[in-house]
Design a protein around this ligand. Structure first.
Ligand code: MLY
Length: 265
């Protein structure tokens, strides 16, 4: 439930601009998600990307699928867009002369893989080829600029998509900072990452966009050194110990006593 967070208001409050859609390797209109829970497909093993495995759709969220590799445990689920080049219909690997591999951490003896594969595919509901959408092309150069707002996957909690800001740009890479989280979840990624989306994406896919955190950071990578004390919020001046990174579980506060704009550069 995210009826309270509105990008329009937030951009005004923070005096910031949304990164334009042409910055992203995402289709302008999010692809429709026709997959159903239980369907099987082929996916590159995120922990061993050269191997192609069988995966089952465990959940549907917006334009993404929650996937689990057959023969793996339930602790390594991953999320992919329906237009990701990491997923393909069953049969694709064989058609290309490849062999389906057991996932990293295959729970059985390796010698039982061939029989496991037969059994897992026997009677399986295979996702139709038409459900897989073509991956959009990558934008020519990196168009991102520091300060632009976007929606980004929290890599530590990859089911979450959150309001974020470009904190830094270096060549082909961008530094994704999560608004209101004091840097605890920030990461570098390529500008053409499939985990970053234009403002409004979740609104279009029906995904739940997380509200920004309400923790204030005093300084941040990319922040100007001459940040005047007036820019430091009352809370952070009163209790400097609160500016230390907090464990993820206790990072959230229920109140919203700080304007969201002060949480970012
Ligand atoms: N388990 C954490 C989740 C924090 C998510 C932070 N993201 C949104 C940047 C919590 O309960 O606070």
């Amino acid at each position: 439930k995210n009826e309270h967070f509105k990008w329009d208001n937030y951009l005004k409050e923070t005096g910031s601009l949304a990164a334009p859609p042409h910055c992203f390797r995402q289709s302008r209109i999010p692809p429709s998600n026709e997959f159903k829970v239980g369907m099987k497909l082929e996916a590159h093993d995120p922990r061993n990307v050269t191997s192609v495995c069988i995966a089952t759709v465990i959940g549907i969220t917006g334009a993404r699928l929650r996937l689990r590799l057959d023969g793996s445990d339930n602790k390594n689920d991953f999320w992919r867009l329906v237009d990701s080049s990491d997923i393909q219909p069953i049969g694709t690997c064989e058609k290309k002369g490849g062999m389906l591999q057991p996932p990293l951490g295959f729970q059985m003896n390796a010698s039982s893989w061939p029989m496991f594969l037969l059994r897992t595919l026997n009677g399986a509901e295979m996702a139709p080829a038409a459900f897989f959408k073509k991956e959009p092309p990558k934008p020519a150069p990196n168009y991102f600029k520091v300060g632009m707002k976007l929606e980004a996957v929290d890599k530590k909690n990859p089911y979450l998509i959150c309001p974020a800001t470009i904190g830094d740009v270096r060549g082909d890479e961008v530094f994704i900072t999560f608004d209101g989280w004091r840097g605890a979840f920030d990461y570098w990624c390529k500008y053409d990452s499939r985990d970053i989306f234009p403002v409004g994406w979740c609104g279009l896919t029906g995904d739940a966009l997380q509200p920004p955190g309400n923790n204030v950071s005093i300084t941040k990578r990319g922040a100007k050194a001459q940040n005047s004390p007036s820019k430091v919020t009352r809370r952070s001046m009163q209790s400097p110990q609160k500016s230390a990174p907090v464990p993820a579980q206790c990072g959230r506060k229920t109140g919203r006593d700080n304007p969201p704009g002060q949480s970012t550069v």
